[in-house]
Design a binder for this molecule. Structure first.
Ligand SMILES: *Cc1c(COP(=O)(O)O)cnc(C)c1O
Length: 378
């Protein structure tokens, strides 16, 4: 027997309630039955996104929602600021370039996060800027962005702030309305505890106004069609019915636990992971490190690929390797979605055993002990 454990920052494990909902017979979407599910889901999404505005849903991965934010807000040659502090910030740059925007790229050293004062300075120097693109949790490095401070800066300008919260939502605080965050995009396979296949977007009044004048081409992602349909509790195209039915269950789990407790659970898991890493004499790669994913900086000369494979193949525990030029140099542990204290212990224990197996002088049990201290106050 070979049991497998998934500790990656997307996809994340599925709760039994979600799995059982996914196995139900398909229903038709133009029915009262689906309307009831859709209505519940819309309410739950507003709770999770912490907004009074509508949250729109696409049958796409998270990147589709990122694209939707670009094409619904902007027009060709519009000036935008896009922050790149890792693989997913790079995606903002690529998207903005693809659609012919006048992009001011902000390159941040991977593992670090952008200073809100730099955004403030750039907005002052470029008063025609229409949008600022940032990433709440840069999953490729584990770093978190001070979205609250950046939103406070953009609020004073004509620009909107667009936040990629694909991995951050439901794991880290994001007070959409209260902080004045204009656009939040997310995806289903991370903190939302679902399989991949749903993309989400919420828009502030300021962003909705920008939608009125946007001239970039769009068809499937044209939010005006979704807005019109939503008024009749409908969707313009066939929704991902099965995933939406499961989403209702996932949102119920999040609401029953309470968002505040959900975030606290993630914060404790992340802190335990960071303490364990330090106890093993290793370093956390990112600063400030997110509560979504912890990237462990591997010692110079260590074969990171071998460590990753040993954990996955010998121990059945799948963490995430580094992406891009971080491949083999970091190992990422998610504490995201349907995970709890025991998942952290499992991950750290597997890390210790794998380090020992590849010949690293590890003090066996020290990481687990440090994690237990945080998780259980022992
Ligand atoms: C996973 C992830 C994405 C990509 O989402 P897809 O669902 O793969 O399209 C984008 N941004 C961040 C921060 C992510 O973690």
């Amino acid at each position: 027997m070979k049991k497998k454990y998934l500790l990656t920052p997307g996809p994340t494990p599925l709760p039994p309630e979600v799995m059982s909902a996914l196995s139900r017979p398909i229903i038709h979407h133009r029915t009262a039955e689906y309307g009831e599910v859709f209505g519940e889901v819309n309410k739950g999404l507003k709770y999770l996104f912490q907004t009074a505005e509508d949250v729109f849903m696409f049958a796409s991965s998270g990147t589709g929602a990122m694209e939707a934010s670009v094409v619904n807000l902007l027009s060709p040659k519009d000036k935008v600021i896009a922050v790149e502090a890792g693989k997913f910030g790079e995606r903002w740059l690529e998207l903005c370039n693809t659609f012919g925007l006048d992009v001011i790229p902000v390159h941040v050293q991977w593992g670090k996060s952008v200073a809100p004062s730099l955004i403030e300075k750039l907005l002052k120097e470029n008063p025609t800027t229409k949008a600022v693109f940032v990433t709440l949790c840069e999953t490729s490095t584990g770093v978190t962005t001070d979205v609250k401070a950046i939103a406070a800066v953009t609020a004073k300008t004509n620009a909107v702030v667009v936040v990629d919260a694909i991995s951050g939502l439901g794991a880290m605080e994001l007070k959409t309305d209260e902080w004045g965050v204009d656009v939040v995009v997310s995806g289903s396979q991370k903190g939302m505890m679902l399989p991949p296949g749903l993309g989400f977007i919420s828009l502030s009044k300021k962003a909705q106004k920008m939608m009125e004048t946007s001239k970039l081409p769009k068809y499937y992602f044209n939010l005006k069609a979704y807005k019109k349909a939503l008024e009749k509790l409908d969707t313009p195209y066939t929704p991902a019915i099965g995933l939406t039915v499961a989403l209702k269950e996932a949102l119920k789990l999040l609401q029953d636990e309470g968002l505040e407790n959900v975030l606290k659970r993630h914060a404790v898991m992340a802190e335990a992971t960071r303490q364990a890493v330090k106890a093993l004499g290793l370093e956390v790669f990112a600063s400030p490190s997110s509560d979504t994913v912890t990237a462990v900086k591997l010692p110079e000369g260590m074969d990171g690929g071998k460590l990753y494979k040993t954990m996955k193949n010998d121990l059945g525990v799948q963490a995430a390797d580094g992406q891009g030029n971080l491949k083999g140099k970091i190992l990422r542990f998610a504490h995201l979605g349907y995970m709890d204290a025991s998942d952290v212990i499992l991950g750290i224990s597997a890390l210790e055993v794998a380090l020992w197996k590849i010949g690293y002088p590890v003090k066996m049990g020290e990481g687990v002990k440090a994690a237990q201290k945080v998780l259980y106050q022992v």
